[in-house]
Design a protein around this ligand. Structure first.
Ligand code: GTP
Ligand code: SPV
Ligand code: MN
Length: 604
């Protein structure tokens, strides 16, 4: 079939030449049965969700309006870091932390995979915008996909459709993002509920600002506005243009004196961003409002402060561990409906359930669609099961969440999952020391990416899988931001760890979740000059007296354990940091080596 005869191809609601020719080129290559230009309307949502129910991909939930349960192919449950590539012209521009292939070679491989890949399917053209639509300029993209699941997810996670296409005009810049599940259908062939291919490639062409993804339907691999655009491609744009694209939540904190501070925090995947962003304080008078739970774009404002914008419009949150005790805000967001659940368990009355939601019902359908009872050996929900829900439903959404100007950041938090060594909170001596903290932060791996779980790895700024260029250049960019800024206006940097354990290694000593407001309070008081800290070898750490523990039933010795700076543990950490720096030695900025030497010196 020639492109001219593909139904829908010529019904483009745009005159944008580059967009039109790219869509035509992809249609010719992938040969779908028809092309649909997505408008983002309620009618489109209705039509596609009905179709997904019909196809068996979605089960309509009884207890939550306009909400659906989906289970993936058991092999397609997380990001695939091993198949994720940065295809820069030169390998050194991808660096040792990324997989690299030359763009010409990668395109050759992927063109063959894409050839005819949409046969028997519909090709959807999804114009989207990351960040506010009235930003100047708006950050536009177009995802072409053959997955209805992806289209409806993009309805929630991004601003998309006709209102966005208007901003394309005749010649606006946009990021082309091509996605196929990689399962063509023969005439009459019955589709499976979750098509995906064993061969997967998640590839980025940073010089061309382009994304090609093949073989997976899972969030971070398939919703290309998210990690692919807003982190990997955007981090390259940010390097070139002097801003930051980061794996960070954004929250607004109001003190009892009505002082407002905005905080951004970078924790690796499945390490607590959504929970902190939606925190419900347990100390009287403090209020948290949410602006974002996963990605922050930060640039300097005219006043010299760093302003953050969340490029997304929805939450793609980890389900397990979420309930009314840990994260009531998330529960109140999803209970309003309009939510997609993937790889959680289904109750007998068509509601959702996952581990951490209290006592399990006597019977469930698990994420592999098997009968499940509390005696079953495997969890009912996949540990990386997710809810996908509109931000607009968040009961504590900050009104300024959609302001293109962004919000001025007072503090940046780095943090990871560490059973030992890293104290509850630690203030950097200055920006450069803070960048060192971010550059050397470490965390146990989680189920958000395929591979082993619980292995400690260095994860600079929680961006290891998301830096679209050389990690050393990325760290240099962070240092450069500090050198060019008015130091007094830069956010202060903190390193936190909610996950430290007692000597047995079994119990997490800090209660975490809502109680993390006590750490936020100390941080804000530090910024306002109203709290003290102890100078230690690793940074400025409060004693238990310096943190508001009123009304907290955690034993004081546990809090002390959480805050402890153990010089021996830190001495044991040094070789691990050295190993990491050796790995990136080709591009490691000198000041970070100096910081390591200074740390060694302070440890004695
Ligand atoms: P991504 O969406 O993968 O980027 O993850 P995230 O950083 O938003 O992680 P999220 O907030 O969803 O938390 C992941 C898991 O960590 C959930 O199972 C939470 O219940 C758990 N968690 C979050 N905050 C805390 C905390 O303060 N203490 C403890 N012990 N667990 C937490
Ligand atoms: C993460 O893995 O950090 C996520 C989920 O936030 S995904 O969108 O799949 O990347
Ligand atoms: Mn994330």
């Amino acid at each position: 079939m020639t492109a001219a005869t593909i139904p829908g191809l010529d019904q483009a609601p745009t005159t944008h030449e580059r967009l039109l020719s790219w869509v035509r080129e992809v249609a010719e290559l992938t040969t779908p049965d028809q092309v649909v230009w997505c408008d983002g309307s309620q009618e489109e949502w209705q039509r596609l969700t009905d179709q997904l129910v019909e196809a068996g991909t979605f089960t309509r939930l009884e207890k939550k309006p306009n909400s659906f349960w989906a289970v993936s192919d058991p092999s397609d449950v997380a990001r695939v870091e091993g198949s994720t590539y940065i295809c820069s012209e030169k390998p050194e521009d991808a660096g040792v932390t990324n997989n690299w292939m030359h763009p010409v070679d990668m395109k050759m491989i992927m063109r063959e995979l894409y050839r005819g890949a949409m046969r028997g399917r519909t090709m959807y053209v999804v114009p989207f915008c990351m960040g506010p639509v009235d930003a100047e300029p708006p950050k536009l993209g177009v995802e072409i996909t053959d997955s209805e699941y992806v289209v409806v997810s993009m309805h929630i996670m991004t601003r998309m459709g006709s209102k966005v296409l208007e901003r394309f005009g005749a010649d606006a810049e946009f990021v082309p993002a091509l996605h196929s599940v990689g399962v063509p259908l023969e005439p009459g062939q019955q589709d499976v509920a979750w098509p995906c291919n064993d061969t997967k490639y998640i590839t980025h062409f940073p010089e061309e600002r382009m994304i090609w993804s093949f073989g997976s339907g899972y969030g971070g691999n398939a919703l290309l506005g998210k990690k692919c655009y807003s982190l990997r491609i955007a981090s390259v744009m940010a390097r070139d243009e002097g801003w930051l694209a980061e794996h960070m939540l954004i929250l607004k904190l109001t003190s009892p004196e009505d002082k407002v501070h905005y905080v951004a925090a970078a924790f690796p995947s499945s390490c607590g961003k959504t929970n902190l962003a939606m925190l419900q304080p347990t100390i009287p008078g403090w209020k948290v409002e949410t602006l974002g739970d996963d990605i922050a774009w930060m640039r300097f404002g005219e006043d010299g402060r760093l302003y953050a914008v969340n490029p997304e419009a929805g939450f793609f949150g980890v389900a397990p561990g979420t309930d009314y005790h840990t994260n009531p805000t998330a529960m109140r967001t999803i209970e309003q409906g309009n939510t997609l659940f993937t790889n959680v368990a289904l109750t007998d009355d068509n509601d959702v359930w996952w581990e951490g939601m209290g006592t399990p019902p006597a019977h469930l359908t698990d994420w592999k669609q098997r009968d499940w009872t509390p005696d079953s050996e495997e969890p009912a929900a996949h540990p990386n099961s997710r809810y996908c829900t509109p931000m607009s439903q968040c009961p504590i959404l900050a009104p300024e969440w959609d302001d293109p100007k962004g919000v001025p950041i007072s503090a940046i938090l780095f943090g990871g999952r560490r059973k030992t060594t890293v104290p509850l909170v630690n203030e950097a001596f200055d920006w450069q020391h803070g960048v060192f903290m971010g550059a050397t932060m470490s965390s146990e791996t989680t189920a958000a990416a395929t591979g082993q779980v619980g292995v400690v790895r260095r994860d600079p700024m929680a961006m290891l899988p998301f830096i679209g260029y050389n990690v050393g250049d990325y760290l240099q960019h962070w240092l450069h931001i500090g050198e060019t800024a008015d130091t007094s206006k830069l956010p202060r940097i903190y390193y936190v760890n909610w996950f430290r354990r007692d000597e047995s290694g079994k119990k997490i000593v800090w209660p975490g979740f809502s109680e993390n407001c006590r750490v936020l309070k100390w941080i804000i008081n530090r910024i306002e000059g109203n709290a003290t800290a102890e100078d230690t070898a690793i940074g400025r750490v409060p004693s238990a007296d310096q943190i508001d523990l009123s009304g907290l039933d955690t034993p004081r010795e546990d809090v002390e354990t959480a805050l402890n700076v153990d010089v021996e543990e830190w001495k044991a950490e040094i070789p691990l940091i050295e190993e990491w720096f050796a790995k990136i030695s080709n591009s490691l900025p000198m000041p970070l080596g100096d910081e390591l030497n200074a740390l060694k010196h302070r440890l004695g």
